[in-house]
Design a protein around this ligand. Structure first.
Ligand code: HSE
Length: 312
């Protein structure tokens, strides 16, 4: 194999009630990585497109290179690869931008080697890259980007990742306001400890949400979309948060929360039509607030990352 190009989808982490343990992938957009085999050992980033010149090219810092290096360290052979990244996702958006890059790089590099790793076995390497990118090795973006659908990270030590059922009619609307919020900054406002009563509320909601997915009970999904751990501290970083939520719920959203660490907001809805109506309501409310926003609506991506092209 000479080169392989892969795509990895955007993701919504936390899904309100599942801080660091729940995420899902969306169809609407993602990142592209092409990996080329080269004679001499070692990794090199040869191009980065559409990042506004902001991403690092050094292999110790670039999320694609860090992920592939973690895989090669485990693989145990001196292999040479050139890496070309094309961003489809805005940086610092809360749509799993760094995760999509790392996952696309791993899927492409794994294929270049002849797929020695099962899909789920790439996850620890993606987590290494996520830690390098934002200081925390959370898996709730990389796991759904890699595996598709809704994913629960039941435990991190050892890693125990479970793909969940996706109701057919569940759709998502994403609102990306025009400013950047880095995950490390958005994590720094969180508390280290939470009151017992908040732990009880959060556990009830995450269990309710997962049950809602399996029972395709949209009302239960809606009731369970509540976050008392991260959202109260992060909402203040996102202008118009509560106003937007009220408007989207009035437009029929099952719930609205912060996508990952923000500033993108996500809403879930029953049916594609409803997700479009919510998108329209979002555009109107942001116009009233006076903030620029990009709005997307999408089915849930159940496939995860995939290989787009192979050159033998
Ligand atoms: N669970 C992570 C956080 C996701 O909320 O910080 C970051 O996208």
């Amino acid at each position: 194999m000479k080169s392989v190009k892969a795509f990895a989808p955007a993701t919504v982490a936390n899904v309100s009630c599942g801080f660091d343990i729940l995420g899902f992938a969306i169809d609407a957009m993602g990142d592209y990585v092409e990996v080329f085999r080269k004679e001499e050992p070692g990794l090199k980033v040869i191009s980065i497109e559409d990042d506004g010149g902001k991403l690092p090219w050094e292999v110790e810092k670039n999320t694609c290179a860090v992920a592939i290096q973690a895989m090669l360290d485990d693989y145990g052979q001196e292999i040479g690869m050139d890496i070309a990244l094309k961003k489809g996702l805005p940086l610092g958006s809360g749509m799993g931008s760094s995760a999509a890059s790392a996952v696309a790089a791993l899927v492409a590099a794994n294929r270049l080697l002849g797929d020695p790793y099962e899909r789920k076995d790439l996850l620890p390497f993606a987590i290494v890259a996520e830690k390098a990118a934002c200081g925390a090795g959370h898996a709730d973006n990389v796991a759904p980007s890699l595996l598709g659908g809704f994913v629960l990270i039941r435990d991190y030590h050892p890693l125990d990742v479970i793909k969940l059922h996706v109701p057919d009619s569940l759709y998502c609307t994403l609102l990306h306001p025009h400013f950047q919020l880095n995950t490390s900054d958005s994590r720094s406002v969180l508390r280290d400890a939470i009151p017992l009563k908040h732990s009880t509320i959060q556990s009830g909601n995450v269990a309710g949400f997962v049950s809602g997915l399996y029972q395709e009970d949209y009302e239960l999904i809606s009731r369970s979309m509540r976050d008392v751990i991260a959202e109260p501290y992060r909402a203040v970083l996102i202008p118009g948060f509560y106003e937007v939520r009220e408007a989207l719920k009035a437009a029929g959203a099952l719930g609205m929360g912060i996508s990952g660490s923000g500033p993108t907001l996500f809403a879930l809805s029953k049916g594609a039509e409803k997700s479009k109506e919510i998108a329209k309501a979002a555009e109107e409310i942001y116009q009233n607030i006076g903030l620029g926003v990009d709005v997307y609506y999408s089915a849930i991506n159940t496939r995860g990352a995939y290989v787009l092209e192979e050159n033998k």
